[in-house]
Design a protein around this ligand. Structure first.
Ligand SMILES: [Zn+2]
Length: 437
């Protein structure tokens, strides 16, 4: 076995010492004409090992510590920097730019004035950098950044992880408020360092949880869209609490509060989002009947559900790495993508680093999408699901300047297709700057 194989810890899939049966299955998994078999293969291989094969092999660089983040604004700094300079400081970046929702690339220059994209022109190119919208992650639970001990839960079922009260709550409950806020801040710094500008958190711990998130959000350049998780105490003022958050989320079985929350969210322009069909299809009918802005998972989608999603314009946050680790299953991503707007998310931090780069690589290698489609699922689609498509998620004149600049002198050196390079192999080490104005 090569040094590289032993370093990245994915011995089971690097091919040198695999038994014949495994060799045969590997040949199947890489044969594009046998897509459905990939899922069988992954089940057989086991979730965590496969997650390592497709996500972890992006190497130690993608786990670059939050300490690599600085507020340096000089282009060309050696470590990834998060740029939240004064909004009135004009800035230009140039290179290969993925423009508009179609993400078609041009060689050009992007000018930022007063925190917005002033112009994108095909001139003045002075670098080989690749510039894409900052990623939008539509589904996280960052409180469980204190529960990374969940990594030992390799053989736990979904129920053992999350219900009555489940391993996640048990670990979380031993953390203090300060520890939780510190862990959340560290996760947000990692997000920025790996190119993410906005995330939607299905925030646990009700009203207190939203207060925690709002406090940390004010200190971090990444934008948190915090969904209050209900049901909350009936004594509380539901409208005021939703106003203090960015939306609402709850779980089946749904009570009367869920309907009220949906109407309040619609009135206030807030996000109403749910979970459906994760371990079982039992909650799909009730959740889609609430007509959320979007739901999440849909691993167990049934034939009739695609039509319901399409007819009611209900988007889906797809969380494939999470589904593989927890359920040993994958969502029917191609079918969902045909039916509605699908955005990629990283789900709980207990089991997955909140890296959209990893989620894109994983998705791109397991499903039949073009690199551009995967990039859209990591940017504009998440912006649309979170009702922010007019402001972020694509590089258009007038939108907020929230973008990620990739250098091409490290892992992206010699890449021919810039978008495929970012989707399929970029790591946090390749992020030159995340500009978050
Ligand atoms: Zn969730």
């Amino acid at each position: 076995m090569s040094d590289e194989a032993s370093r990245c810890g994915c011995r089971r899939v690097h091919g040198r010492n695999l038994d014949e049966d495994m060799q045969r299955r590997l040949q199947r998994v890489y044969a594009p004409e046998e897509l459905p078999d990939r899922r069988q293969f992954l089940k057989a291989l086991g979730g965590v090992a496969a997650a390592g094969a497709f996500a972890g092999c992006s190497g130690p660089s993608d786990t670059s510590s939050p300490t690599a983040v600085s507020t340096a604004t000089e282009p060309g700094t050696e470590t990834a920097s998060v740029d939240q300079s004064q909004a009135d400081q004009p800035t230009t970046v140039s290179g290969t730019i993925a423009v508009g929702p179609s993400m078609e690339t041009i060689e050009g220059t992007l000018e930022i004035v007063d925190g917005r994209i002033e112009s994108i022109t095909e001139e003045g190119v002075e670098s080989n950098d690749i510039i894409v919208p900052a990623f939008v992650n539509p589904h996280t639970h960052i409180t469980d950044a204190t529960a990374k001990d969940g990594e030992r839960a390799r053989n736990y079922s979904w129920y053992e992880l999350f219900i009555d009260p489940g391993l996640k709550s048990e670990i979380n409950s031993s953390a203090t408020r300060e520890e939780k806020r510190a862990a959340m801040a560290a996760t947000m710094e990692f997000m920025a360092a790996s190119g993410t500008g906005t995330f939607v958190d299905f925030k646990e711990e009700g009203i207190q949880g939203i207060d925690d998130l709002n406090t940390v959000d004010q200190q971090e350049p990444v934008d948190a869209v915090g969904l209050l998780t209900g049901p909350i105490d009936e004594e509380a003022d539901l409208e005021a609490e939703i106003e203090n958050a960015d939306g609402y989320n709850t779980y089946a079985p749904y009570g009367e509060q869920a309907e009220r929350a949906r109407d309040i969210c619609a009135d206030l322009g807030k996000v109403f989002a749910l979970h459906s069909g994760e371990p079982s299809p039992d909650d799909i009918d009730a959740s889609l009947a609430l007509n959320p802005d979007y739901t999440s998972h849909m691993v167990q989608a049934r034939e009739q559900d695609y039509q319901t999603l399409a007819d009611n314009d209900i988007g889906v946050a797809a969380l494939p790495r999470s589904n593989l680790v927890i359920l040993d299953e994958l969502p029917p991503l191609e079918r969902l993508h045909e039916a509605t707007t699908v955005a990629l998310g990283t789900d709980n931090v207990m089991l997955n680093a909140a890296s959209m780069l990893r989620e894109m690589e994983f998705t791109s290698k397991l499903f039949d999408f073009t690199p551009t489609e995967v990039l859209q699922m990591a940017t504009i689609n998440g912006a649309r699901l979170s009702k922010r498509g007019d402001e972020i998620g694509s590089l258009d004149e007038g939108k907020r300047a929230r973008l990620t600049v990739f250098r091409t002198d490290r892992e992206l050196q010699n890449v021919v297709d810039p978008i495929a390079g970012i989707v399929r192999r970029a790591t946090a080490r390749d992020v030159r700057r995340t500009i978050l104005r």
